[in-house]
Ligand binder design. Structure first.
Ligand code: SF4
Ligand code: SF4
Length: 328
């Protein structure tokens, strides 16, 4: 006699969405390679604009909380991103800010060093490749014979996801390491106790410096800062000790220090470690202890060598930082 058929475990419903993003986070899901088959075996993908032709109206028609997990990548830059963040929050049991842009604003968040007007003026009037004698700007609504065409409203600010809706978990990285995504996904599928709401998952508590294999010297001081191409990296000494800004001291570990392993300084895409809330101030404090002078004029001279410090220290994190944006 054949055994009684057992009810298979119901599949999760998974959604993946992109706001203001480059697409790299979606590619990181594909980078799970054949493990993607395990994801699809455990979860039905109910929405994924990069891969599935499912319309916004289909998602809007889903019952509230009918999606088990949504990975929202990308920042919130315009009214379309905001609308979909609100829709997906309502439809999802677990909403994950996936990647640096959803977590902290990411690279698109560097736009918070400018106002909306400055950006539109530059793009539609001043850029070297623009020919726009009528200074035409995009309109959110435009009437044509067939009806009204609409495009989303471009906001003054770039927002991390949690400034728009309640977020359950954060997976950092630009993009997150695919292995970390698989770990988090397996934990959700297997139903193990998840960490408290609001946790950063798929990463560690400490800094990249704690995991970095480069040689570090106690009390090393810096006389001059260099851009990476200005020195011959010896491939074994800490970048900071060689005078090259490396965001390792202000960055949460979990990526395997992959940039430094590839002989490039860390740029901070995993965000601040658990013990720090603001990567820029943490980095300034780390550098402040290494400058080889007590003379304010000389300190200024040494610091002048750091090109674009705000853009460097807040490269992935300005909208989610204490500063949030440049006050204009
Ligand atoms: S500053 Fe960069 S190179 Fe130096 S120990 Fe930290 S992660 Fe490694
Ligand atoms: S080394 Fe730094 S910039 Fe590179 S992936 Fe890791 S956290 Fe991101």
């Amino acid at each position: 006699m054949s055994p009684e058929p057992t009810n298979p475990k119901p599949k999760l419903k998974l959604a993946i969405y992109w706001g203001a993003a480059c697409g790299g986070c979606c590619v990181s899901v594909l980078d799970t390679h054949e493990k993607l088959l395990d994801i699809v075996a455990a979860a039905d993908l109910v929405f994924w604009p990069i891969a599935l032709d499912i319309k916004y109206r289909d998602v809007e028609a889903m019952p509230d909380k009918s999606i088990d997990v949504t990975l929202f990548n990308g920042a919130v830059r315009n009214s379309e991103n905001k609308h979909m963040a609100q829709v997906l929050r309502n439809k999802s049991k677990i909403l994950v800010a996936y990647g640096s842009c959803a977590y902290m604003g990411g690279i698109p968040g560097l736009a918070n060093f400018y106002s909306r007007e400055e950006i539109l003026k530059r793009v539609y009037e001043e850029s070297e490749s623009t020919l726009n004698p009528g200074k035409v700007r995009p309109l959110t609504e435009y009437e044509v014979a067939e009806g009204i065409l609409e495009i989303p409203e471009f906001f003054n600010d770039v927002f991390p996801l949690n400034k728009i809706v309640d977020v359950d978990y954060y997976i950092p990285g630009c993009p997150p390491q695919s292995e970390r995504l698989l770990e988090v996904f397996s934990a959700i599928v297997s139903g193990v106790d998840l960490p408290p709401k609001g946790s950063v998952v798929g990463a560690n508590e400490k800094t990249n410096c704690d995991e970095c294999k480069r040689k570090k010297t106690e009390n090393k001081v810096i006389d001059k800062f260099y851009r990476p191409w200005e020195i011959m990296d010896d491939k074994e000494t800490c970048f900071l000790e060689q005078g090259v800004i490396c965001m390792g001291p202000a960055t949460r570990s979990g990526c395997g220090v992959r940039c430094v392993e590839g002989n490039s300084p860390c740029r901070g895409c995993y965000g601040p470690p658990a013990a720090a809330s603001d990567p820029g101030s943490k980095m300034m404090s780390a550098i402040g202890t290494m400058i080889n002078s007590n003379d304010p004029a000389e300190i200024d001279k040494i610091i002048e060598n750091i090109v674009d410090p705000a853009g460097l220290f807040y490269r992935f994190s300005l909208p989610g930082s204490i500063l949030g944006r440049k006050v204009i």
